[in-house]
Design a protein around this ligand. Structure first.
Ligand code: NAD
Ligand code: DAU
Length: 356
């Protein structure tokens, strides 16, 4: 069985990927995570007895540590999920985004390149560096614009997307300059189990259950394309196994929705599954001050991965959202744990001024 070095595998998408990789016996996994606020070792509890999963606490920017891991575990591929991932935090405090997303990715690439060069010919030829990125690097669309495709020019608008764009450029440069066998995926908004409740869907579910306002930025007409996290994990595995080196693949859920309609959907699911006494959860919807530089619309043309690699999203938005809402209702201990620590400090910092 292959060995993968997964970075950021204690975060939302990374932990879903690692759990699936072990469940489906895709590979053994060495999981390097810095354990920032966004991580959660509880996500990986099902693997506590699994000798095919090894968790290492550390920073992708620590070249010495990464080199030691590469020499000790000799992975067949590196999958880079590690990042600072929340747009609002990048607006409030961009520095960490530069450190991890730009400098960290560069150092990981450099350690990977040296390791790759040291491999015997057959392993060297099979080695892959897969970088997980975002559709936000392409900027913002109007309602009339065609969806983002792999050749859409980069036009990032937030410190987060600028840092991811920079990391994508370094990955591209390492392929073109050094021949490092890279792959890049740019996907739309993920949702599903284990997502930290700073992002729209889990934040709204938990606020609703706590009787708190459901904050909608601006007019609520911004559009996102929603991709169920397991579909994203399958896409990454397909790209790893079958993707052409040096290429990028867009991954989309084919579910474009306004933020207001997403929040209303969540409210009506909660009205059915966990009704509250005094009317619909929709009464908690509150329009608040907009996010600065808020991208209006994202939309993904994912025909390349569909046609070349045979990947399709399996989940409709309706089925994926139902699974997601049920998961949060069924996991109160997880919710209690993630809301401890500094969570409330962030909520106060981001929303107190907006609600006024
Ligand atoms: P997340 O914030 O939930 O998790 C990120 C993980 O990376 C955390 O476990 C954190 O501890 C770890 N990490 C952060 N800095 C690190 C460092 N320097 N070294 C090692 N580990 C570090 O993020 P996510 O939502 O799971 O996103 C994973 C990847 O997918 C990111 O690269 C993100 O840009 C990308 N992405 C996310 C989405 C989405 O909707 N969530 C969509 C498109 C792309
Ligand atoms: O498109 C992919 C990106 O999706 C990823 O690269 C990012 O890592 C991920 O965080 C996500 O970015 P968004 O900014 O789109 O996600 P977020 O959940 O923060 O916001 C979704 C939409 O909802 C966005 O238009 C802003 C809006 N929003 C968000 C929050 C947190 C609100 O209206 N209210 C809120 O409280």
């Amino acid at each position: 069985m292959k060995t993968l070095l997964v970075t950021g595998g204690a975060g939302f998408i990374g932990s879903n990927f690692v759990l699936k990789a072990r469940q489906e016996r895709w590979a053994n996994v060495v999981n390097l995570d810095k354990f920032t606020y966004a991580s959660n070792s509880h996500n990986l509890a099902p693997l506590s007895e699994d000798s095919g999963h090894c968790l290492v606490a550390g920073d992708i920017g620590n070249s010495e540590l990464v080199t030691d891991i590469l020499l000790q575990y000799r992975p067949d591929a590196i999958l880079n999920f590690a990042a600072e991932s929340h747009v609002d935090r990048s607006i409030a405090d961009p520095e960490a985004f530069i450190q991890t997303n730009v400098v960290g990715t560069f150092r990981l690439l450099e350690a990977s390149r040296k390791y790759w060069l040291s491999l015997p010919p057959e392993s060297k030829q099979k080695f892959r560096f897969l970088h997980v990125s975002t559709d936000e690097v392409y900027g913002s669309l109007s309602l009339e614009d065609p969806p983002f495709h792999e050749n859409t020019p980069y036009a990032p608008n937030s410190p987060y997307s600028a840092s991811k764009a920079a990391s994508d450029h370094f990955v591209r440069a390492y392929y073109h300059t050094y021949g490092l066998p890279t792959l890049t995926t740019n996907c739309s908004n993920n949702y599903g189990p284990y997502q930290f409740p700073e992002k729209l869907i889990p934040l709204v579910i938990l606020n609703a259950l706590n009787g708190q306002p459901l904050p909608i930025y601006g007019d609520g007409q911004n559009i996102r394309d929603w991709l169920y996290v397991e579909d994203h994990c399958d896409a990454i595995y397909q790209v790893l196994e079958k993707g052409t080196i040096g290429e990028t693949y867009n991954v989309g859920g084919l579910n474009e929705k306004t933020n207001l309609s997403v929040v209303k959907n969540i409210c009506s699911l909660l009205d059915d599954l966990a009704p509250k006494e005094n009317g619909s959860y929709a009464s908690l919807i509150t329009f608040v001050e907009d996010r600065p530089g808020h991208d209006r619309r994202y939309s993904i043309d994912c025909r390349k991965i569909q046609q070349e690699l045979g990947w399709q999203p399996r989940e409709s938005f309706e089925s994926g959202l139902l699974k997601t809402v049920k998961w949060y209702l069924e996991n109160p201990a997880w919710i209690e744990q993630v809301q401890s620590g500094n969570y409330h400090d962030w909520i106060h910092k981001n929303y107190a001024g907006r609600m006024a």
